[in-house]
Design a protein around this ligand. Structure first.
Ligand code: CA
Ligand code: CA
Ligand code: CA
Length: 249
């Protein structure tokens, strides 16, 4: 038996309440299930597959499977809020970066169809570099080489480091016209408020960009950096917030 399995089994044997808890539909049953959830949390077992930064253990699939097997074996109480634990939590904490573009049509019967190639690279706060479509299982890994075939590239990180990340899109082969693209970032992320030109510094250079965005321009940079009050769009109501961030910087 592995150390992990032994540890989980011992804890469950010592802690699982004797007999089933009262129905979750009753006030006392709900209270008892909540108490059980607290006990799991205190032991670090509430959401072992969540990243450590948000209270989990960053457990891999094997460790999760062992935990689940032992949980069933011990006939431990059903969990509260399975959707939150299994679906919502991991979705909001995962960092996912997606780059897509519409490549120009290739010649009829062409053997290799890509015309223009863009490459995605995602740089962590500690300078680890993840290239688009370089995966180990469902996770992005460092190293490897850029994808030169597909017109969509992704980076997935289940437990991203906290801090400032940088995303680069490089046009390594733009053989026809100019190549537009869409870049989508999901996860527990925010842009740096006030750093409208995206150079990582809050200074006078951001003022011009901010004004342009307010005037309806500035199409290339995420407008999120200018949306100081999180209303969903940059507008005149963001001026105060922008000025205070700039003066405080
Ligand atoms: Ca590429
Ligand atoms: Ca700036
Ligand atoms: Ca706003």
């Amino acid at each position: 038996m592995t150390t992990w399995r032994r540890e989980v089994r011992a804890w469950l044997e010592a802690n699982v309440p004797a007999g089933p808890l009262p129905s979750i539909e009753t006030p006392e049953g709900l209270a008892a299930h909540k108490e059980w959830e607290c006990r799991l949390f205190e032991a670090g077992y509430a959401a072992i597959h969540w990243p450590k930064a948000v209270g989990g253990m960053g457990a891999d699939l094997l460790a999760r499977t062992v935990f689940q097997e032992e949980y069933e074996r011990a006939a431990a109480p059903p969990r509260l809020n399975g959707i939150g634990l299994i679906v919502v939590g991991p979705t909001v904490t995962q960092l996912k970066v997606t780059l897509v573009w519409t490549d120009a049509p290739a010649a009829v019967m062409a053997g290799l169809t890509p015309i223009n190639n863009l490459n995605l690279s995602v740089h962590s706060p500690s300078a680890a570099v993840y290239l688009g479509n370089v995966f180990s299982g469902a996770e992005s890994m460092t190293g490897g080489s850029s994808d030169s075939v597909n017109n969509s590239e992704q980076v997935h990180l289940a437990a991203p480091e906290a801090g400032v990340w940088r995303i680069d899109v490089a046009g390594t082969a733009v053989n026809q016209d100019t190549q537009g693209y869409a870049l989508v970032v999901t996860g527990d992320v925010d842009c740096i408020k006030g750093d409208v030109n995206g150079d990582g510094i809050l200074d006078g250079l951001d003022v011009q960009e901010f004004v342009q965005i307010l005037l309806g321009g500035g199409p290339f940079f995420p407008k999120c950096a200018a949306d100081m009050n999180y209303s969903g769009a940059p507008d005149i109501m963001d001026v105060d917030g922008f000025v205070s961030v700039l003066l405080g910087a």
